[in-house]
Design a protein around this ligand. Structure first.
Ligand code: ADP
Ligand code: MG
Length: 356
């Protein structure tokens, strides 16, 4: 110890500043590098993160622009959790859902439901009225006749269809907004929000993203697409309208900034018996699959509107369907007929890019 002290003590005084200068410069440079890195990270953060998730009987695809992987993961978890929470309320195939509880009490009593179920059932009734019953949230008994609930597909006879048709009538559905209850007054009636729920859930997913400060996102739940802002590079998103008969082929491309795009197609959930193909969008007027169109794509401010209208217009057919779309501000449509002819609403004529 003594020796050391002696050596330190012997160090010429002039050496001290020469040693200190590089240390100070090094320290300053490190500080500068830290500051630069900090600002680079703050001002130049955006990167696209992509996720997929199974829910609502389909693959949900989410692309979002975020500052870091950690931020993206946290938001994505919140989005998928919110979507699953709503599915658990609105699905007819999940046992404890609000919809199932309402159905189990048909003809017996009104059932208290969550605010989300109440508001979606209310919206469904509005679309039912708007489409004069082409869209009908009480379609379920008819879907069950065709085996769409348990996937034991069959073609019901005319008497069977006749017997259930009186149970398909949205005008009978009783919503009590004050008590927050839903009542199906006839035994055998049953609620199915399948034609509108996916869109509603996509909107709620986008709301989570938006609240988290995300400005660019793409959320696709099996053909129900919600868009947040433009594409990250500021260009419009390019959304394809698929060919109803040829896999991986497009009929058209739609350049869009925000909003929603939803397609209902006769190729989505189908079964074939004796060479005839049947699908899951039923016409409440005939009790059979609607056959006037092969697909309907609706563009709307929200995915809920687009979802309900895609099903409604599919059932209404080309002339009544397009007439309805033309009458609604902010709504546009691309219809594909069974002959693969493409019909376009007036507001889209100048922006649609035909591919066929
Ligand atoms: P997807 O579910 O394939 O996206 P849609 O949005 O068109 O397609 O919804 C079809 C679903 O809507 C059916 O599975 C059924 O639950 C329900 N549905 C079928 N026909 C009607 C109808 N006429 N009105 C309301 N809902 C319907
Ligand atoms: Mg729909």
């Amino acid at each position: 110890m003594a020796v050391k002290r002696k050596q330190q003590g012997k160090r010429p005084a002039g050496l001290q500043p020469r040693l200190a200068a590089p240390a100070i410069i090094f320290f300053c440079l490190a500080l500068l590098a830290g500051a630069v890195l900090f600002f680079i990270n703050r001002d130049y953060p955006e990167q696209t993160y992509s996720y997929s998730h199974m829910a609502m009987d389909t693959v949900i695809e989410l692309r979002l622009q975020a500052g870091s992987r950690r931020e993206a993961e946290a938001v994505k978890d919140e989005v998928f959790a919110e979507m699953e929470r709503l599915e658990a309320l609105l699905s007819r195939s999940l046992e404890d859902s609000d919809v199932n509880r309402v159905n189990a009490a048909a003809g017996k009593e009104a059932v208290t439901v969550s605010p989300e179920t109440m508001s979606l059932a209310g919206a469904a009734l509005e679309y039912a009225a708007l489409s004069e019953g082409a869209f009908d949230p009480t379609i379920a008994p008819l879907l069950d006749c065709w085996g769409f609930l348990d996937q034991r597909y069959r073609v019901p006879g005319p008497e069977e269809i006749e017997a259930v048709l009186p149970l398909v009538n949205f005008r009978l559905l009783e919503l009590d907004r004050e008590r927050q209850t839903i009542y199906l007054p006839e035994a055998g009636m049953s609620l199915d929000l399948g034609g509108i729920a996916k869109g509603f859930i996509v909107d709620r997913g986008l709301a989570v993203l938006s609240r988290a400060g995300i400005r660019h996102a793409f959320l696709n739940a099996g053909g129900d697409i919600g868009l947040l802002g433009t594409r990250p590079d500021g260009e419009p998103w390019r959304i394809g309208v698929r060919h109803p008969r040829v896999e991986n082929s497009l009929m058209a491309v739609l350049p869009l900034n925000g909003g929603a795009v939803v397609t209902s197609g006769d190729y989505e959930r189908t079964f074939e018996l004796k060479g005839v193909r049947y699908h899951h969008i039923l016409d409440p007027a005939t009790g059979k699959p609607a056959a006037q169109l092969a697909s309907v794509t609706i563009i709307a401010p929200t995915a809920m509107e687009a979802d309900a209208l895609s099903t409604a217009v599919f059932v209404l057919g080309p002339s009544r369907g397009l007439a309805l779309v033309e009458q609604l501000p902010g709504i546009e449509a691309v219809l594909v007929t069974p002959e693969m002819e493409v019909l376009v609403s007036s507001g889209l004529k100048d922006i649609i890019e035909h591919q066929q």
